[in-house]
Design a protein around this ligand. Structure first.
Ligand code: A2P
Length: 284
């Protein structure tokens, strides 16, 4: 594997094995624009992950335009906001994202969060209706691949049962101490490629002594250890950083191989930090 390596989605589209996350760097939505995008593109990040809810698509679009890169060199991914669930509203959200980004198509479009499940089946109908909009966008050539974010198997099963076109990607929070084994296993069994957001546990893992001491053996930082570990586990990490040196560091993670023993240590780390968001707890 190297920084240009790709996985192939079930429809044949290729997706880079590492991406640049652009969620606002504080946890308050919309509070801070990522400033590192120019640098990320210069360094070689080609998968750029955004969302309508991040309120940065116009900013990213301008950076993409100024980068001088050809559109087909990039893999641009966005997400349909929770505020726009359902067929018509999802199409509206997509149209707005595409226009803000100044692009003619997206490489990947994801449902940001599932509708909260409950005793009646309305939430399933809502997710399916959103998904039908995604199928329309896919068939009309506006998106090269479609998928979901933060869905657990209990959300994925009904969506997949009612889908005409199956989801190709599952994005979810994934880092040492929070590896979400059930959704990841389910996704892999059903041929979905998995992307992991907040690989550093919203930064809380970066001072971890275990990760530090593993990193020392390879001459790498805890951040680089985590990214290498995620890639080795077949999960596309989406590190966020606004700092040029750290952005470069986050792509320089392919020149070492964690031993099976170190992988096992990281795989079994206890939870001690993360976003705290789940499909059951998010309020936005
Ligand atoms: P910064 O922008 O100052 O680099 P996560 O992706 O898990 O949510 O974590 C994001 C946080 O991790 C940001 O605060 C970011 O800060 C920090 N970060 C990103 N890359 C590195 C790195 N290589 N070393 C240290 N901190 C990093």
């Amino acid at each position: 594997m190297n920084a240009s390596s790709k996985y192939t989605l079930k429809n044949g589209v290729e997706i880079p094995c590492i991406g640049y996350g652009t969620a606002p760097l504080t946890t308050t939505i919309g509070s801070e624009m990522p400033k590192g995008i120019d640098h990320a593109l210069k360094c070689g990040f080609r998968l750029i992950d955004t969302a309508w809810a991040y309120k940065n698509e116009d900013f990213l679009g301008a950076a993409i335009k100024n980068s001088g890169l050809k559109r087909e060199q990039l893999f641009v991914s966005s997400k349909c906001s929770n505020r726009f669930r359902g067929y018509d509203r999802a199409l509206m959200c997509f149209k707005e994202s595409l226009s803000l980004l100044g692009l003619e198509y997206l490489d990947l479009y994801l449902i940001h969060w599932p509708a909260k499940d409950g005793p009646d089946e309305e939430w399933q109908a809502i997710n399916s209706s959103t998904w039908r909009a995604f199928e329309t966008l896919y068939k009309d050539g506006y998106v090269r691949a479609i998928g979901v974010s933060n869905f657990w198997p209990r959300h994925l099963v009904p969506l997949m049962e009612s889908a005409e076109i199956q989801p190709m990607v599952l994005q979810l929070e994934y880092h040492p101490g929070y590896t979400q084994p059930e959704p990841v296993r389910f996704a892999k069994e059903h041929g979905l490629i998995v992307e992991g957001w907040s690989p550093f546990g919203t930064g809380q893992l970066l001072n971890n002594e275990t990760l530090k001491s593993i990193g020392e053996k390879y001459g790498k930082t805890p951040a680089q250890v985590i990214l290498n570990w995620s890639i080795k586990n077949g999960v596309i990490p989406l590190p966020k950083s606004n700092n040029p040196e750290r952005i470069a560091q986050n792509l320089n993670v392919f020149d070492f191989e964690l031993s099976d023993k170190d992988m096992a240590v990281i795989d079994s780390m206890e939870y001690f930090g993360g976003s705290g968001w789940t499909p059951d707890t998010i309020t936005w």
